[in-house]
Design a protein around this ligand. Structure first.
Ligand SMILES: Nc1ncnc2c1ncn2[C@@H]1O[C@H](COP(=O)(O)OP(=O)(O)OP(=O)(O)O)[C@@H](O)[C@H]1O
Ligand SMILES: [Mg+2]
Length: 313
């Protein structure tokens, strides 16, 4: 198996406060492996250690313990940077440059000739949705979402085979999010591996092949999203959605069924049973109370439930 990112027991302790006397363990023995060609979602609440991990992988800060390899090379090896792209959280650029000039500058860093720089700049700024008239404006006049788009374009100028996006959707409006979502899906089609941190759960569900969830600098869960969501379900639990009855009116009867629970909804109630053989009893109950059955579906842990469970103590 080809792993493009591998960390082993990665830890980072920040020294903070007056005379650096306080210590803050931001990462605590993190071991991760990311397969080539996938979109990998890096999840966790505020302060969980996502940005710290990404900065270590970029060689911007150093771990206090453990090892990290990117594209098979130790992160201290600067050479592999020509093969990776990076868009930091809230990108900040020298803001008297225009978008075109910034792209040109990064193109030069990677040794592209003038024609290639111009072609790449045009193609990438189009792909991230920066209008032509805006490309000649200074970045200090750009909105947060426009800067985010430029940050993503900038990270792709060297045709990287692996990109790190730290919260790529932050600051974007719904159209911007859709643009960047499409761009990320396209990168995967072209064979680029995407390592992205985000809080936006719908983007993770739409895009990510595998995820890792961090909590307090430690790995709380990892694997294929579908498997993580299925894991906690006994398999036979069902949700029965009913309209036209009040939860309180049938609560007693529902709770008579072993393991069944009921929750009110705006137009009725959701009844959860843990064994599908109890479905007939629930349907009888609904009929007797003149309710309308609107849906029966397997009870699945939602990503939100998984996230809340794995990111809080
Ligand atoms: N330069 C620093 N000096 C001291 N502590 C830091 C520094 N950078 C981060 N930390 C601490 O490390 C922990 C992890 O921070 P990090 O920025 O990696 O979290 P994150 O998962 O990216 O959070 P967010 O979702 O808010 O971006 C936090 O407790 C934070 O306070
Ligand atoms: Mg962060």
């Amino acid at each position: 198996m080809d792993y493009v990112v591998e960390t082993e027991g990665l830890s980072k302790e920040y020294e903070t406060g007056f005379l650096k006397k306080k210590r803050n363990l931001a990462l605590d023995g993190l071991s991760l492996s990311v397969k080539s060609g996938q979109i990998f979602g890096f999840l966790g609440g505020n302060g969980a250690g996502k940005t710290t991990t990404i900065k270590i992988l970029m060689g911007l800060i150093f771990p206090t313990a453990g090892t990290a390899r990117v594209l098979g090379k130790d992160v201290a090896n600067v050479k592999m940077h020509s093969r990776i792209g990076y868009c930091p959280e809230s990108p900040y650029f020298y803001d008297y440059l225009t978008a075109n000039e910034l792209m040109d500058y990064f193109g030069r860093l990677f040794g592209l000739d003038a024609a290639a720089r111009k072609a790449k700049t045009d193609a990438l700024l189009t792909e991230v949705g920066i209008a032509e008239k805006d490309r000649r404006r200074q970045l200090r006049k750009f909105s947060k979402g426009m800067l985010q788009r430029v940050g993503i374009a900038q990270s792709l100028i060297n045709d990287p085979e692996l990109v790190f996006f730290d919260e790529p959707m932050s600051g974007l409006d719904p159209v911007g999010r859709r643009d960047i979502r499409d761009l990320i899906a396209n990168l995967k089609h072209r064979g680029v591996t995407v390592f992205m941190s985000t809080h936006i759960l719908s983007d993770i569900e739409a895009l990510c092949d595998e995820v890792a969830i961090l909590r307090g600098g430690r790995l709380a869960a990892s694997g294929k999203l579908s498997e993580l969501l299925a894991k906690d379900n006994a398999g036979r639990a069902l949700i029965v959605e009913v309209q036209g009855v009040k939860a309180d009116e049938i609560r007693g009867a529902v709770e008579f069924i072993s393991g069944a629970t009921i929750e009110p909804t705006p137009d009725g109630a959701n009844i959860q049973i843990i064994d599908e053989s109890d479905l007939d009893a629930v349907l009888d109950l609904i009929r007797k109370n003149h309710g309308r059955l609107t849906r029966v579906e397997p009870a699945k842990l939602s990503l939100e439930e998984l996230f809340v469970r794995d990111t809080t103590a």
